[in-house]
Design a protein around this ligand. Structure first.
Ligand code: G3I
Length: 447
């Protein structure tokens, strides 16, 4: 009997150890963290949170908050067996944040990245104009053409915008038709329109390698003669519109996408310090003009970003100070990320530059996620990106805010579809001058 009791004791003891082993894996390997991805199925009160699966994960735990730092929760550790979860009973036009972690064999992964979602909001607001909402805080502009300033163009531009930029007609190729010869007519038309409306004019662009007139491109004179033609051009154009055109993109896109100084007719004929020379001449032509360097793609292209700030600093060492930096902002609904834009913007703010989001348009279609139809999800993501970009601009100290300029009025006149060879609707107004949810997103960013 005694042997029976002792053996029963040892059997139970080892069993309990084994059963403990079953529940608490002593060497649990922490699974990889999931990657949270864009939400879907937006409504005013719901959306679907999505993430990528983690190999071996038996389940996931989802957190939802209306605070980016998750200092409070809508819910925490919601157990989910799938790689998506539909959230409902939310508040309209509100920001939410979700993150997720995987669970495998008793161990939790680290948290995923955070996805921000904005539930559908106020819808298309028929009564609030962009410039009224901005209320003089900074300029809100649009790229225009001299043949599109009457009728509904006149109405919408006058009502919604406080600034205009010529999409093409203030470029050298349009104005400079020969030595001492200028095509002023379209420029005068845009300037006269804006002045008559009390609208700001931003000049774009004195020097751009993609807009060199043929006579200059094929010029056979000496480098000094070439340089004098460029110098004379800058003095003549800036001088003509002094006190009317309050700011200029003096040089556009001098840095290549690989981060090297772009090899252009200007650098070849005037030397690598041509940028500095052009800023000096523009400054001399109109000391009161706000002078910008303008470029694109620095948010998610660090070599290019570094090269732009090196250019600016190098010129400053030679006491050639630029006033502002134009971020063209030809972006997509999901790229660059907010943090990439913030990092780039901070570098410009640290240089004490004025900031112009100078050519804003936000593509719904993209190489990484092409679409064949403009789904509601993608429309909402584009709207949210407009809101995010405008909110980002409003984080700029007031003294450094120049403005935000849309690169076109109506979707069917955007350069994007022709450039990228696929349909897109990147702007704030549809083909019939009707406001879109992107206009709503812009307004929401101004809240
Ligand atoms: O005016 C001529 C017309 O007479 C001719 O029949 C037609 C067909 O060849 O071409 C017309 O000129 C076109 C011009 O736009 C006006 O529509 C040019 O070919 C075309 O290349 C030009 O494209 C512009 C592009 O810059 C190049 O200048 C786009 O509209 C404009 O949106 C785009 O804007 C640039 C910014 O200036 C700088 N940042 C990048 C941005 C996008 O490329």
């Amino acid at each position: 009997m005694r042997i029976l009791l002792i053996s029963a004791f040892f059997y139970l003891f080892f069993n309990s150890c084994n059963s403990d082993n079953k529940d608490t894996n002593p060497v649990a390997v922490q699974p990889k963290a999931p990657v949270a991805i864009e939400a879907a199925n937006f409504t005013e009160i719901s959306f679907t949170a999505n993430w990528n699966s983690v190999v071996g994960a038996q389940k996931y735990f989802l957190d939802l908050s209306n605070k980016v730092d998750f200092s409070s929760f809508v819910f925490k550790d919601r157990e989910v067996s799938d790689i998506k979860y539909s959230v409902s009973s939310l508040t309209k036009a509100s920001d939410y944040y979700y993150r997720v972690r995987a669970f495998k064999d008793g161990a939790y992964s680290k948290y995923s990245n955070i996805i921000k979602v904005t539930t559908l909001g106020i819808g298309i607001n028929p009564n609030v104009n962009l410039k009224d909402k901005v209320n003089g805080d900074f300029i809100v502009g649009v790229a225009v053409s001299s043949d599109k300033l009457s009728g509904q163009y006149n109405t919408v531009i006058s009502n919604e915008f406080s600034s205009v930029t010529a999409e093409n007609e203030m470029k050298m190729r349009s104005i400079y038709t020969g030595p001492g010869q200028y095509n002023w007519a379209p420029v005068d038309k845009i300037v006269d329109f804006a002045v008559s409306k009390g609208i700001n004019i931003h000049g774009h662009a004195l020097i751009w390698h993609r807009s060199i007139p043929d006579f200059l491109d094929k010029f056979t004179g000496t480098d000094l003669e070439f340089e004098n033609l460029v110098k004379q051009y800058i003095f003549d154009v800036v001088g003509r519109y002094k006190d009317k055109i309050k700011s200029w993109d003096v040089v556009n896109e001098a840095i290549n996408d690989n981060g090297l100084f772009r090899d252009t007719k200007f650098s070849q004929r005037m030397g690598s310090n041509y940028v500095e020379k052009c800023f000096k001449w523009a400054r001399e032509a109109d000391p009161d003009c706000i002078l910008f360097y303008n470029d694109y793609g620095t948010g998610d292209n660090i070599p290019k970003q570094n090269a732009v700030y090196k250019l600016i600093k190098d010129m400053a060492v030679n006491h050639t100070h630029i006033d502002g930096l134009g971020f063209q902002m030809h972006i997509t609904y999901n790229s660059p990320s907010l943090s990439q834009l913030q990092i780039d913007l901070k570098r410009a703010l640290d240089e004490n530059l004025k900031i112009h989001f100078s050519e804003l348009d936000i593509r719904m279609n993209s190489d990484s996620s092409p679409i064949t139809s403009f789904t509601d999800d993608r429309i909402q993501l584009q709207r949210a990106k407009y809101k995010e970009v405008v909110q980002l601009f409003k984080t700029i100290p007031k003294s450094q805010r120049y403005g935000i300029t849309m690169w076109g009025l109506k979707d069917n006149e955007s350069w994007i579809p022709g450039e990228f060879g696929r349909p897109d609707k990147p702007l704030l107004f549809d083909d019939n001058f009707i406001r879109k949810l992107t206009h709503t997103g812009f307004l929401e960013g101004l809240e």
